[in-house]
Design a protein around this ligand. Sequence first.
Ligand code: ZN
Length: 76
Amino acid sequence: MPIYEYVCDVCGHAFEQLQRTLSAPTPSCPACGKTKVSKQFSTFSASVAADASPSCSLGACPSAGGCAGGGCPREQ
Ligand SMILES: [Zn+2]
């Protein structure tokens, strides 16, 4: 079963969601409960393709390029 990575458009919380089917409904954010979430590429794909914030696990670091050293303030 594929695991998809989502980032909440409202609060920026990143989370992974196991989806049994491709037609599964969009999950809600576990942090704020909103359903405005964006599906991300898998961590593997993102690490290969991303050039903006390679080490930001949230994929939504406000300081693009500023978290390359692993000191991203939004990383948990
Ligand atoms: Zn949220």
